[in-house]
Design a protein around this ligand. Structure first.
Ligand SMILES: Cc1ncc(COP(=O)(O)O)c(C=O)c1O
Length: 369
């Protein structure tokens, strides 16, 4: 297969030594040796999430993790505050409603970060209506980074539970679950952590467990039920700390990816993503193109770019793939067809990866003029 440069916002280019772990012989998903390896992986991922809280790997994508948390903590008929400024904020609201909760969306325009002081003002008048607040850290549909640390401070002030979708941020930007006071968060293997898709990662603190334990009605479902996950983690602790068949090679690849992050150093990795993100956005703006997020609000690993005049995003995506062997993604939600998205994370957070994208766009725009 011809090698193309994969610059979509996940899955992403991953290191050969991580990819190799998908190509080693299968082994059982149970047993003392395997279980120790699984715990080793959990401990490494917990360091990146910044938590001492219970953390689970589950077979599934980021949505599986979101379903597990929301399905486990939201009760039928309950009002949940969803802070929303993009496709994935809206997705949280949709998932809350799918579990028969009522999602009340506190919205900010797409392309703008949520304002902690506006949230504070809103909660000052409305906090009694809610016990849970949910937010996305990097919304991949807009390329905006929400100030989760400051939002957490506000949410804590009112004693509410905070759930964060950090699918697109953990591993490339600062995230400190315990220190910031986040009660539940999720991520997935295929973005900032630099591993193949396939694993959902869920962290839950004592406050979230208390909510789960004190539900009026038991949650439905088994596979994505946090109480079930905890039950197996306890009762099969030494042999198989889950009730399912774990994706063994995905865990191996994730373990290798986490070791690679440690080797680089999380802070250096974050700095690399910050620098390349800035470099890429500057390059894009120098072409006369507009990015979805302002410099101040921009996520460091994904950039949304509005189409050049007279071109549709699919046309641009096709030209990039066919003529330049570069894969980028279309806009999502209200940006579908109007904007395109470039992921620059993990191996993609390098000049070797972003310069060809800038140069190709430059040529394409030049030819059009
Ligand atoms: C912020 C965010 N949340 C949730 C998801 C859903 O993750 P998955 O596609 O792994 O189910 C994505 C995927 O792009 C995402 O970027």
């Amino acid at each position: 297969m011809e090698k193309k440069l994969l610059m979509i916002p996940g899955p992403i280019e991953i290191a050969p030594d991580v990819l190799n772990e998908m190509n080693v012989p299968m082994e059982p998903h149970y047993g003392v040796k395997w279980t120790n390896f699984y715990y080793d992986t959990i401990e490494r991922v917990k360091k990146i999430i910044g938590t001492e809280s219970d953390t689970f790997l589950h077979v599934g994508s980021g949505h599986a993790a979101i379903d597990a948390v929301i399905g486990s903590i939201v009760e039928e008929g309950e009002k949940v505050l969803v802070l929303s400024n993009g496709f994935f904020g809206e997705r949280i609201a949709e998932i809350v409603e799918s579990f028969r909760g009522t999602a009340v969306q506190f919205k900010t325009d797409w392309g703008k970060a949520l304002s902690p002081s506006d949230i504070d003002d809103y909660l000052n008048d409305n906090h009694e209506k809610f016990s849970k607040v949910m937010v996305v850290h990097h919304d991949t549909s807009t390329g905006v980074r929400n100030p989760v640390k400051e939002i957490a401070r506000v949410v804590k002030k009112y004693g509410l539970l905070l759930f964060v979708d950090a699918v697109c941020s953990i591993g490339v930007t600062e995230f400190k679950m315990d220190e910031w006071g986040i009660d539940a968060c999720i991520t997935a293997s295929q973005k900032g952590l630099g591993a193949p898709p396939g694993l959902a990662i869920i962290s839950v603190n004592d406050k979230a467990w208390e909510v789960i334990e004190n539900r009026k009605q038991k949650p439905t479902g088994w596979y994505l039920n946090l109480a079930t996950m905890r039950e197996f983690a306890e009762k099969q602790k030494e042999w198989q700390p889950y009730g399912i068949t774990m994706a063994v090679n995905n865990v191996k690849a994730l373990n290798k990816a986490l070791r690679n992050i440690e080797e680089e150093g999380l802070e250096s990795r974050i700095e690399r993503h910050d620098n390349i993100g800035r470099y890429f956005r500057n390059g894009i703006r120098a072409l006369g193109l507009e990015t979805g997020a302002s410099e101040e609000d921009a996520a460091n690993n994904v950039t949304v770019i509005f189409n050049p005049e007279g071109m549709g995003s699919q046309e641009l995506i096709d030209i990039l793939e066919q003529e330049y062997q570069i894969m980028i993604a279309n806009g999502l939600g209200v940006y579908a067809g109007k904007a395109f998205r470039v992921g620059h994370m993990n191996l993609g957070a390098s000049k070797n990866s972003v310069v060809p994208v800038i140069n190709a766009l430059d040529e394409i725009i030049d030819k059009k003029l």
